[in-house]
Design a binder for this molecule. Sequence first.
Ligand SMILES: *Cc1c(COP(=O)(O)O)cnc(C)c1O
Length: 381
Amino acid sequence: MSAKKPTRTVPFFNYPSVFREDEKQLIAIISDVARRGAYILQKENEQFERNLAEYIGAKYVLGMANATDALHLAVRAAGIGPGDEVIFSSHTMVATPAAAYFAGATPVPVDCGADHLIDPTAVEKAITSRTRAIMPTQLNGRTADMDALRAIAGEHGLLIIEDSAQALGSRFKRQAAGTFGIAGCVSFYPAKTLGSLGDGGCLITNDENIYNSVRLMRDHGRDETGEVVCWGLNSRLDNLQAAILDYKLARYDQYIERRRQIAAMYQEALEDVDQLVLPPPPSNDSDHFDIYQNYEIEADDRDALRLHLQEKGVGTLVQWGGKAVHQFVKLGFEQRLPYTERLFERLLMLPMNTSLTDEDVDYVCDAIRQFYVCRSHTAAA
Ligand SMILES: *Cc1c(COP(=O)(O)O)cnc(C)c1O
């Protein structure tokens, strides 16, 4: 094949669009907030927290600097520390185990299952007398089988802290990600489904003690009067970001609808390609409502497919830089997780964001089909 210039480029993620899709309105918001000098913990932040709590169906939401801090302070507020073990799926961002590590606890990686989310059977096998909590990652915008995880947690007296950074609005049996255990989080990193113009995140909880404790810890341990009543950090959400996020939250259901539409288009165009395993389609089963933070497929000849797509102008990404957490050797994990390790040779994420047109999606699917058809002809010759 000759290396012709591609007829279209489809970037994996379009960072300028986070701003440009609503440029006029965002400029007006930025100007309004900045002219009032309302930068830190002002009414926009409180309003966003209230609106988001209502949207999720949670008692409390706290705006935070990022989702990693939300998880970390949740682990601390839950009293988890030295001597305790916390079980997590190795197919996650390093932020999940880091939240436990920096609290002094030992993070214990386990395999994911066929849907790429934590495998309840693997969780059960990893439980010891030191296990205190399970941290399921609601990966790619899908919520795990929380019935199974809650049953295990209940039986062994474990806490659940959800890494729901990728799963705002995702549901299992009509209940929102982030609300199943004592705490959850959401990330507002620009490429997340609700993206800010920089870093941002929140804690989600129905537990009044966790709420009170993290509320203090995110602001230097200071109470309403300014008295320092415990040790804390600075992990506040910028008020400017809160104002922008509140504007976008009002439109969030439309973004999710579009993502689900794109997932349905990928499903229809690619379901008969034998060399691929696709994520569960949007209408697959009524227990799950997936929001498609990512569209993560498994692919034969993954690296060659990636290269082919790159030549066609299509951006793709292998999540976490291509390794499960326990595979980062410098972190010193001793576990071997053969299922997850094999999976990581096949994982690939296709473009999935609201700036894609239908024509972009068709183009990506055509390029993928062309790759496998081409190869099977070469093999037959
Ligand atoms: C993005 C992400 C995080 C971290 O979120 P930040 O807001 O960047 O701290 C944690 N876990 C998962 C699964 C993520 O995708």
